[in-house]
Design a protein. Structure first.
Lengths: 1208, 234
């Protein structure tokens, strides 16, 4: 290679420095990122490895339930592959400071002159290690809160669980002399404890002599491998550790048998003998005492019988008294009632009698009135009858008088008429008539009138007449002719006056008749009145009679009542006397009974006193015997307890895996490594494509020069050499730059992110697995060189003459869109230009698209990863798992035991809501047993309230699932890994026994694998009832204070070993999320850098290629803005397209990466938050915009005079 | 009365490292409206610099330049762009067509930024390309491409047409047709045309012949009787 070529190459680099730099940068970026990320995981592992090795971290920790003695130590040390051992002590104690209780793990520091290895060496952060026995060094984390500092003294709580601190440690006061970190604990997790709140907060280290126990509590073991420095995370180490574990376990079993056969056996025999003696003595004493006891018991029985009888009698008496009293009271009551009734009756009778008397009086009064009335009435009637008779008499008299008068008148008239007045016979007759008439008249008047004047007159007249008649008659009787009676004068008179008289008489008689008629009327009136009075009287008479009748009845009734009362009174008196009789009788009987009872009681008391004396004697005898026996018993018990402590002798072999944080660190590095696998390939791809376009462009740019050189006779290889060198330089420098930055930058960034979780790891040791840098250098250089050579070859093929002619710019072409006239017609001019430009350089189009899409996709993937991880805690421990505390029992509990435990838990206010479950590990496997998954089989005590503790639901449809008796519900990850779906048969293995159950549902779950089974189907499958191992509890407002309250209460019980809280998991997840965020930031920055470099490079090419065009446009008078938008419109469209593609790609990549990174026991969230999408798009756009801002300066700077130049 | 285009003592110097090259050295000339002016000179005589400055693509260091009464020598960048946009039509030696656009679209590219463009198809017909207006530059011959370039310049309806060696990349016959087109544009349509060439042979076709040498104007001759291009042989 000639010097001119070198010079030319260097000058070319200088000339097109931008291009050179962009190739260099993209290679640096790609290689740096790939190698950097790839180195992160090895560097982290190397750091841990270095740390463990330099602090001589143990490979095994052996623990035994009985501790270790020197024989044990020797046999451990003599095991194959073991390089050294360190026997040690540890004990969990409580430290109380400012009311805060801290659970501390006290660990021993071996004495300096110890014959054993010094393992697990603490790293001294500050101060010094203990030199005297009452000094200690403290955990680094514990000094953070500032309570403990060097020089302060700590005092431990005197009791630890049920033990006294003094039984464990020699001293309870220590002076802090240093602050340390231990390789045992690389995270903040210090492990679990059976005291305090169940978690160890920190460790203290004190000199070994403080521990009182003879036997070591643990032995730390170092293998040859770790002594030789074989990486702890290598498979060689892991395999070998597994082998040694088996060895140690075997040794453990041997040692346990040995322990039992030697130490325990003797003790057992002695104990058995003692037990036998004890039993014999006990039996003898028992027999003697039993006899005495029998006698006493007989006496007692006798007394009891007497007492029973007595109390029976008393009872009877008491009952009799009670009944009699009740009866008496009842009878008295009844009598009293009767008396009252009688009184009432009497009173009522009295009243009615009074009333009767009154009414009788009234009736009598009425009667006398009536009698009087009758008399009056009779009188009235008499008067009336008299009147009537008178009236009748008068009437007769009147009639008589009237008739006489009429007769007289008649006669008179006849005499007048006949003229016979003077005839004496006639006269006589007439006189007689007149006399009769007068008599009648007088009679009438006499009868009728008091006025007697008329009568006298009339009487005189009559008399006159009668005398004359008498005279005549006297004559007549002698037989002589009848002399005239009247003289003529008289006759005359008569003739003259008689008619007047007659009429007068008639008138008078008529008057009298009228008067009589009046009298008759009066009489009739009187009669009517009398009749009425008579009727009234009759009625009164009747009423009175009725009154009498009623009175009689009432009187009868009163009489009856009186009779009844009298009878009642008699009865009452009889009853009263009977009662009094009975009472008197009863009193006598009662007195008799009491006396009898008193008698018996006295006898019984005597018997009791006798018995008591006997009992005291007996008790003394028993006490003596018991005391003797108890002493013996105590001795035996003590011996038994000592033996019992050894009942479950077991060795536990712990590996480094069991150290908190050890395996999580490894899985963290694996996750980083997985990220490293996916992303960098993408970068390498972009690097190749960018280099390809850039170099192709460069070669094409220089075709005239190539042609000239070729024409001058340079060989093709010599010409290509320049470009080869150019790309080689770019590639080599880029690789060196990328490697030198990437190898340090990315591991430290990632390690920094994890640093928060692993505080005690030392600063990062950069470990470069040289394969990756070499590979990436090779790939980068081969790619760029190959690309260059291909580009050159394409040009060199052509003859120099053609080469020297300027290559026509890529001809314009009609694009597909133009064929669709309808659309094309309506496109604006500028959009037509843009559209055509887009399709003009297809490779560049694709490159830009790929670059932008890659950027978006990477960012989406990064965000998606973050989303997937960050949702786990929320989804798993809020949405799915509702319980926050798990209470772990020492062994399986039957339903009865669980019930008792439940009562206890319910007494604690915090753990009232709990669900007992059976949790056991089960291995799920597929048909050919090629995939095995460790799962938990969880059976709740009841399915009814299960969803309050664990939500079962389908992830995609969010439909709730119910635990059914037809089959089991499995978590999603199991179904994914085994390809199982609803309705399939799940096969699983517990304790080497195979079982199967149909799957009724697949539930959303993120951490661990579970098979959920109803108790019913459990019993069907396992043919035994469910035994409970855990209680899931929902503790409201769980915080540290409540935790320690719960712990102090529940851990008191022997059958509760541990409490675990879900917030510990949540915290762990949150730490993971934090570290993820750092990774996300790294990815976003690199992705942005990718987008920037790609866009910059391609835009650069684009502009350089179109310098003439842009210059021309400027000449045409395009304003700067118009020019820039003319060029960048394509970029913007490509960016948008790229983003669209990137969203799809990113979504796919995200799920791909999530699948790769996902841990076995954890399912990451699926789906990406829209905010993540939006941010990804915006970030991509920001980077694209940044490129455009940069490039717009370049466009501004394009000189219009360029347009005047020819094409090279 | 001042000329349509007026250069007064224009200087332009380029600094190339420590050497200062004076590209225009006291250049003064005037061109009247409607004239066909040819600036002729050998390579490096400074004619391109004059054209660049006149075309608003570059600035002079001293002196004043007036075009249609506007002093472009003191215009700012933005004003210069507007000046190029509305007042100048430029015909390049290498046509400078946008390869991705058809003949018609290339013309439209210029038109869409003008205030009062001419009908694109009409202009293309006038330059004799009615048949080829939908072809891409790569499908056109050099002469045809130059016609497109001229059409693009004319369609803007500029005040001044500047041509930078328009025949430089063309064979003689084609060159003649192009020059004919430019001549017709000037004499028929009254367009002021300033053409740069190193070919003295074509000077008789112009109204005004400005000769440059060593960055200076050495003569500025008005030709009353321009010769039709067909009669010129070189």
């Amino acid at each position: 290679m000639s010097g001119a070529l070198w010079k030319d190459t260097l000058r070319e680099i200088k000339r097109s420095f931008n291009r050179f730099i962009s190739i260099l940068l993209i290679i640096a970026l790609g290689v740096g990122f790939f190698v950097g990320i790839k180195c992160a995981s090895p560097s982290m592992l190397a750091t841990a490895d270095y740390y463990f090795h330099s602090q001589q971290l143990m490979d095994f920790k052996l623990q035994s339930t009985v501790g270790f003695d020197t024989d044990d130590l020797e046999s451990i040390a003599n095991t194959d592959q073991i390089a050294g051992i360190m026997p040690a002590y540890s004990a969990d104690v409580i430290l109380r400071q400012e009311n805060k209780s801290t659970t501390v793990k006290m660990m021993s520091i071996s004495p300096k002159e110890s014959p054993y290895q010094n393992l697990n060496q603490p790293v001294l952060i500050e101060g010094r290690l203990p030199e005297s026995s009452n000094e200690c060094v403290v955990d680094h984390t514990q000094t953070m809160n500032g309570i403990i500092e060097i020089g302060s003294t700590i005092q431990l709580e005197p009791t630890v669980g049920e033990q006294n601190l003094s039984e464990i440690l020699a001293s309870d006061i220590y002076t802090v002399v240093g602050i340390v970190e231990s390789p045992m604990f690389i995270t903040y997790d210090r492990g679990k404890s059976t005291i305090g709140d169940g978690f160890i907060d920190c460790f203290f280290m004190i000199p070994q002599e403080n521990f009182k126990s003879q036997r070591y509590t643990e032995v730390y073991v170092q293998t040859n491998m770790s002594k030789q420095g074989i990486s702890t995370y290598s498979s060689e180490y892991k395999n070998s550790i597994q082998e040694i574990t088996t060895e140690l376990e075997k040794l453990g079993n041997e040692r346990v048998i040995h322990f039992e056969q030697t130490i325990l056996q003797d003790a057992r025999i002695q104990l058995e003998q003692a037990k036998q003696d004890y039993q014999n003595g006990q039996q003898e004493a028992d027999i003697q005492l039993k006899q005495a006891k029998q006698q006493l018991e007989d006496g007692l029985v006798e007394i009891q019988r007497g007492e029973a009888k007595l109390s029976n009698g008393e009872q009877q008496l008491h009952e009799g008294t009670q009944i009699a009293n009740e009866n008496f009271t009842l009878a008295e009551q009844r009598l009293k009632n009767a008396q009252e009734q009688l009184e009432q009756g009497k009173r009522a009778l009295e009243q009615s009698k009074q009333q009767l008397a009154q009414s009788e009086q009234q009736i009598r009064q009425g009667q006398s009135q009536l009698v009087q009335g009758e008399k009056q009435l009779q009188e009235a009637w008499q008067q009336y009858d008299t009147g009537l008779a008178q009236w009748k008499h008068s009437q007769q008299l009147l009639q008589n008088a009237t008739a006489q008068l009429e007769q007289t008148e008649q006669i008179y008239e006849t005499m007048i008429a006949n003229g016979t007045l003077n005839a004496p016979d006639q006269q006589l007759e007439f006189a007689r008539t007149v006399s009769a008439m007068l008599t009648a008249m007088v009679l009438f008047i006499q009868n009728n009138q008091s006025d007697t004047t008329d009568i006298v007159e009339l009487q005189s007249i009559k008399n006159e007449f009668d005398q004359r008649i008498q005279k005549v008659e006297n004559t007549v009787v002698q037989g002589q002719p009848i002399p005239p009676l009247f003289s003529n004068s008289e006759l005359l008179f008569i003739t003259a006056f008689f008619p007047t008289y007659f009429s007068k008489a008639e008138t008078a008689l008529q008057d009298a008749a009228i008067q009589l008629r009046q009298g008759e009327e009066q009489l009739a009136q009187t009669k009517t009145q009398l009749d009425r009075q008579q009727a009234e009287f009759d009625r009164s008479q009747q009423e009175l009679t009725a009154g009498f009748l009623q009175l009689a009845i009432a009187q009868q009734a009163a009489l009856d009542a009186e009779n009844t009362l009298r009878t009642g009174q008699a009865e009452y008196e009889t009853g009263l006397s009977t009662l009094q009789n009975q009472q008197a009788q009863y009193q006598t009987q009662y007195a008799n009974g009491i006396a009898a009872l008193q008698n018996s009681r006295n006898q019984l008391e005597q018997a009791k006193a006798d018995l008591a004396a006997g009992e005291i004697d007996y008790d003394q005898a028993v006490a003596e015997a018991t005391h003797t026996l108890e002493d013996a018993r105590q001795q035996i018990d003590d011996a038994q307890k000592q033996l019992d402590q050894f009942s479950e002798i077991k060795w536990y072999v712990f590996q480094r895996d069991d150290n908190p944080g050890y395996s999580s660190f490894e899985s963290d590095t694996q996750r980083v490594d997985a990220v490293a696998t996916v992303f960098p390939f993408f970068f390498i791809l972009v690097v190749i494509l960018v280099t390809l376009t850039t170099m192709t462009r460069m070669v094409e740019d220089q075709r005239i020069q190539i042609g000239t050189l070729k024409a001058l006779g340079y060989s093709s290889s010599a010409i290509a050499g320049k470009y080869f060198l150019y790309s080689l330089f770019a590639g080599a420098i880029g690789c060196i730059l990328g490697l030198s930055i990437g190898i340090f930058l990315f591991p430290s960034l990632i390690f920094m992110a994890y640093g928060a979780m692993y505080p005690s790891l030392p600063s990062l040791i950069y470990s470069v697995p040289w394969l990756y840098p070499l590979l990436s250098i090779l790939v980068a250089i081969i790619c760029t060189s190959a690309v260059t050579i291909i580009a050159c070859y394409n040009s060199l093929r052509v003859s120099p003459s053609i080469l020297m002619r300027p290559k026509a710019p890529k001809p314009g072409k009609r694009i597909l869109l133009e064929r669709i006239n309808l659309i094309w017609k309506y496109c604006s001019f500028t959009s037509k230009v843009t559209a055509r430009n887009l399709f003009r350089y297809k490779i560049r189009f694709l490159m830009t698209l790929l670059g932008v899409a890659g950027c978006t996709a990477l960012i989406i993937t990064a965000f998606g990863l973050n989303d997937s991880v960050s949702v786990i805690a929320q989804k798993q421990f809020v949405d799915i798992i509702h319980y926050n505390t798990t209470i772990v029992f020492d062994k399986e509990k039957s339903a009865d035991e669980a019930e008792q435990m439940k009562v206890y838990l319910n007494q604690n206010t915090h753990t009232q809501k709990n669900l007992f479950v059976s949790m056991q590990s089960a291995v799920v496997y597929n048909q050919d047993d090629s995939i095995n998954i460790e799962t938990y089989l969880l059976v709740p005590e009841s399915t009814s309230d299960f969803s309050s503790y664990i939500e079962l639901r389908n992830r995609t449809t969010e439909k709730k699932l119910e635990l059914q008796d037809e089959g089991v519900i499995i978590t999603e990850k199991i179904s994914i890994k085994l390809g199982l779906k609803e309705g399939d048969l799940l096969t699983f293995r517990i304790d080497d026994k195979d079982y199967a159950a149909p799957i009724t549902g697949i539930t959303e779950n993120y951490a661990n694998h579970y098979i959920y089974m109803s108790p019913k189907i459990y019993e069907e499958i396992f043919h035994k009832p469910v035994a409970y191992t855990n209680a899931l509890s929902i503790v409201p407002n769980l915080n540290d204070e409540i935790k320690s309250e719960i712990a102090s209460d529940l851990l008191k019980r022997d059958d509760i070993i541990t409490l675990s809280y879900n917030d510990a998991f949540i915290e762990q997840f949150n730490d993971t999320i934090k570290s993820m965020q750092a990774i996300v930031a790294v990815i976003i920055l690199t992705a942005g850098a990718l987008a920037f470099v790609v866009l910059y490079n391609l835009t650069n090419i684009n502009i350089e290629e179109r310098v003439r065009e842009i210059a021309t446009i400027k000449v045409l008078g395009f304003y700067t803005k118009e020019t820039i938008s003319y060029v960048f419109r394509e970029n913007i469209i490509l960016t948008l397209l790229g983003i669209a593609v990137g969203i799809g790609l990113g979504t796919w990549m995200s799920s791909f990466v999530v699948n790769i990174i996902e841990l076995d026991t954890i399912m990451f969230g699926r789906g990406i938050n829209w905010v993540s999408y939006l941010s990804s798009v915006l970030i991509t756009f920001a980077f694209a915009a940044l490129v455009m801002v940069f490039m717009s300066f370049k466009i501004r700077k394009i000189n219009m005079i360029e347009s005047l130049k020819s094409n090279e | 009365m001042s000329a349509f285009v007026e250069f007064n003592h224009v200087y332009k110097r380029y600094k190339m490292g420590e050497v200062t090259i004076t590209a225009s050295d006291d250049v003064s000339f005037g061109v009247n409206k409607g004239e066909f002016a040819v600036i002729v000179g050998s390579s490096g005589a400074g004619k391109s610099t004059v054209l660049n400055i006149l075309g608003g693509m570059d600035r002079c260091d001293e002196g004043t330049i007036y075009v249609d009464g506007k002093e472009i020598s003191k215009m700012k960048e933005h004003e210069l762009t507007a000046y190029r946009r509305y007042d100048i039509g430029f015909v390049f030696q290498f046509y400078n067509l946008v390869p991705n656009l058809t003949a018609k679209e290339n013309v439209e590219l210029a038109c869409q930024i003008c205030k009062d463009p001419l009908n694109v198809e009409l202009v293309l017909r006038n330059v004799g390309l009615q048949e080829r207006m939908y072809n891409f530059p790569s499908q056109l011959s050099g002469g045809e491409q130059q016609r497109v370039s001229i059409a693009r310049a004319l369609a803007k309806n500029p005040k001044l047409l500047l041509c930078d060696e328009p025949t430089g990349a063309l064979d003689d016959n084609t060159g003649k047709t192009i020059l004919k087109l430019l001549q017709d544009t000037c004499y028929h349509d009254g367009m002021t045309v300033i053409l740069i060439t190193h070919n003295h042979a074509i000077t008789p076709m112009a109204n005004r012949i400005i000769t440059m040498k060593n960055s200076k104007v050495i003569s500025n001759i008005y030709n009353d009787n321009p010769v039709p291009i067909e009669q010129i042989e070189w």
